[in-house]
Ligand binder design. Structure first.
Ligand code: ADP
Ligand code: MG
Length: 702
């Protein structure tokens, strides 16, 4: 009997790497060709329009309708020359990924039936538009008639605006010429590749993005031989084509490598302005799916597709930088730069300290819960890693007087005194891989973000928290100055109090250890592990005050968005529970029963041929297995039944929050029990009868 499993395994083995050719002689030749960027604008827009557009981009002002119409006309001409026939508003809903509805450019020229023209007007416009296939995509915000944000982009733009405003004002203590502060994001996208035939034979991968069952492979990542190893040929071809495609969209891909788990890989571009970098990440996630299909793969962006091996994250490297080209998280070569750096660093620590529960909520989903707080995962606690050198600087500042800490040079510029930062720092930061929020030389790396996430969620929370913190810092410093203190002393005193207050968030040790869990609880950090309860951090008083003071979210928006989070959580677990029940009852148990009946048949025949004593001896092994099978089958059946009952009870709850809690507390626990018993069956049943592709096949065939 040849099952689907053997068919797809043998087909997967035969697949060869596709030949991939570069779209041009050098990357610059086609880089950004699908984006309506500077080059395209200067070709398709008049000089006057271009100038206004530049002012709009620099000043962050809105486009007026007339200019927008000029831009739309130019863009349409470009898009149609590129072969586009449709346009779409490309937006970022609260569910996942992006959403789009395509409309063609055509409109009736006059009365219906009198022929068509291709129409596209300024009111349809946004920035950073691009073409996918035959469609002009217009990144768009999505708001309700009454003005509430229904997406990620609207609040992200508000948060970026807020951090620009607050940080620029703080910069003025050090350099009055700063006009704008940019938030920068460099994401690192981790993913798994699985042969598409094997994928199709796993209903759980198909419907939930992860394996709900499957015994660990004898070999997985113990030897760490996959990490940074040679990239397999078929994967290499996929990566090459993915990069070529990314370049066409102006996405500056920089690194690609194998990750820790077998069949796990990573892609990272050069960092960019946060809004643009995030659009690029969303775009690349959809390009990945398309390119993977071409190479006979499926991309898994789920945070934990396989038990027993590493999950996938999307580290968000984040920093702030001025329009004058200064990185505010770069210690800099001179002591003047050092003081500005310390000011921003300490404010960020305060922001992360005050809002650690919110930051955790910003990265939490049903999927990412497997990476934080679950069995094989680090504890669900946000802490910040600074490394020995920066920690020493803060400790020294804390122990200094303002005269020792801040000096004035001959030109009356403020500079760090005793607690100088060693110049070698940038190449010398400790590489603590267990910290969810780590300082890495010139940026923080928010590592808790999940691989399938829209980075906006984390970026909204982080940039807002920092904006609110910087605003508070400025108010405190200004109050001290107004009371007669010098600027240096005022800044120092506030920083010193922040260093003291934010201490509980600093942790340089092993973030995965159990000791840290106990210690973090003592320090008063948020240690909640249940996703539905973690979401509550969005509607705490401190979050509501913080977001509403900046105009990023109203209380009503926060409440509404949490409803969506709870509902999504419930639905994800509900779908997984259904798939798990189906797999257990219709894929696993029937196979186990068939195998059991084969053994029974054998035992029966043995008794027919041999005398009682000999027959018993010969069939003892089979009889033991028959009983084991019966026991495991029974446990699976009973627990599936209990899980269904738990779902029925949970489904009667009307509050989305309570329902999500019920799914977490009463439905989810059955997953582990059912899996445990099913995986045991997998180890007993004849390999040839097993229908679902096994872990070794999913993880090692490429
Ligand atoms: P690692 O895996 O060692 O953390 P990678 O090279 O994979 O590093 O990714 C680092 C990411 O951080 C890249 O996207 C890079 O462009 C980005 N990055 C570097 N400096 C900054 C910065 N100042 N602000 C934001 N992102 C940065
Ligand atoms: Mg990396």
């Amino acid at each position: 009997m040849s099952t689907l499993r053997f068919q797809v395994v043998s087909e997967a083995f035969k697949k060869k790497a596709l030949a991939v050719t570069a779209p041009g002689a050098c990357t610059s030749e086609y880089f950004g060709k699908y984006v309506f960027g500077k080059e395209q604008m200067s070709k398709y827009l008049s000089k006057e329009t271009l100038k206004v557009i530049q002012d709009v981009i620099d000043g962050g002002k809105a486009l007026d309708r007339e200019i927008a119409n000029h831009v739309a006309a130019g863009m349409k001409m470009w898009a149609m020359e590129m072969g586009a026939t449709h346009y779409t508003h490309w937006f970022q809903p609260l569910t996942e990924g992006t959403a789009e509805k395509h409309d063609s450019f055509i409109e009736y020229a006059g009365a219906p039936g009198e022929g068509i023209i291709e129409e596209f007007s300024g009111k349809l416009l946004a920035q950073q538009d691009f073409i996918v296939d035959d469609t002009l995509c217009i990144p768009t915000v999505f708001v309700s008639y009454t003005g509430e944000a229904l997406d990620y982009k609207t609040p992200l733009l508000k948060a970026l605006n807020a951090v620009d405003k607050a940080a620029t004002e703080v910069c003025h203590y050090f350099d009055p010429s700063v006009k704008k502060v940019y938030s920068y994001l460099g994401w690192e996208q981790e993913y798994f590749l699985v042969d598409e035939g094997l994928y199709a034979a796993r209903p759980d991968l198909l419907l939930t993005g992860r394996t709900l069952l499957g015994h660990e492979s004898a070999k997985n990542q113990q030897l760490e031989d996959h990490y940074f190893g040679a990239i397999p040929a078929r994967v290499q071809a996929f990566m090459k084509e993915l990069e070529f495609e990314a370049y066409k969209y102006g996405i500056p891909c920089k690194t690609r490598h194998n990750e820790v788990a077998p069949n796990q890989f990573e892609l990272a571009p050069i960092f960019g302005e946060t809004n643009l970098a995030n659009d690029q990440n969303l775009l690349i996630m959809s390009i990945m799916h398309r390119v993977a299909r071409k190479h006979g793969f499926r991309v898994l962006l789920h945070e934990k597709p396989f038990a027993g091996v590493n999950g996938s994250g999307k580290h968000n490297n984040w920093s702030l930088g001025t329009d004058t080209g200064v990185g505010l998280l770069t210690p800099g070569k001179t002591p003047e730069d050092n003081l500005q750096f310390v000011t921003f660093l300490v404010n960020i620590l305060m922001a992360v300290y005050k809002h650690n529960g919110l930051l955790k909520a910003s990265i939490m989903t049903a999927q990412n819960a497997h990476r934080l707080g679950a069995n094989e995962a680090p504890p669900a606690i946000i802490s910040a890693f600074l490394g020995t050198q920066i920690s020493a600087v803060l400790d020294k500042l804390e122990a200094s007087t303002s005269e020792e800490a801040i000096m004035l040079d001959s030109k009356k510029r403020m500079r760090l005194g005793v607690a100088r930062i060693p110049e070698v720092l940038v190449d010398n930061t400790d590489r603590n891989r267990t910290s969810p929020f780590a300082f890495t030389g010139n940026r923080f790396e928010f590592r808790a973000v999940g691989s399938s996430a829209n980075c906006s969620s984390a970026m909204i929370a982080l940039n807002s928290a920092v904006a609110a913190q910087l605003t508070e810092f400025k108010a405190s410093v200004d109050a001290k100055i107004a009371a007669g203190e010098t600027k240096e002393k005022a800044i120092f005193e506030v920083i010193k109090s922040y260093i003291r207050e934010s201490k509980p968030i600093r942790f340089d040790g092993n973030g995965y250890s159990d000791e840290w869990k106990a210690e973090a609880a003592k320090r008063g950090l948020d240690c909640e592990t249940s996703a539905p309860l973690i979401f509550d951090a969005y509607t705490s008083k401190s979050s509501i005050d913080m977001f509403s003071s900046l105009g990023v979210f109203t209380e009503k928006e926060l409440e509404a968005r949490n409803e969506v989070k709870w509902e999504t959580y419930t639905k994800k677990i509900q779908i997984e529970a259904r798939v798990l029940g189906d797999l257990a009852l219709n894929h696993i148990i029937p196979v186990a029963t068939r195998y059991q009946s084969l053994l029974l048949d054998n035992v029966y025949k043995v008794t027919k041929i041999y005398d009682k004593e000999k027959a018993e001896k010969l069939s003892a092994q089979d009889s033991a297995i028959i009983e084991k099978l019966a026991d495991l089958i029974d446990k699976i059946e009973v627990n599936v039944q209990k899980m269904v009952e738990a779902r029925k009870v949970a489904n009667r709850i009307t509050s989305e929050r309570e329902k999500a809690i019920a799914y977490h507390d009463t439905v989810l626990p059955f997953f582990d029990v059912i899996r445990y018993n099913a995986d045991k069956l997998e180890m007993i049943v004849d390999d040839e009868m097993w229908t679902l592709p096994k872990y070794r096949e999913l993880l090692f065939i490429r």
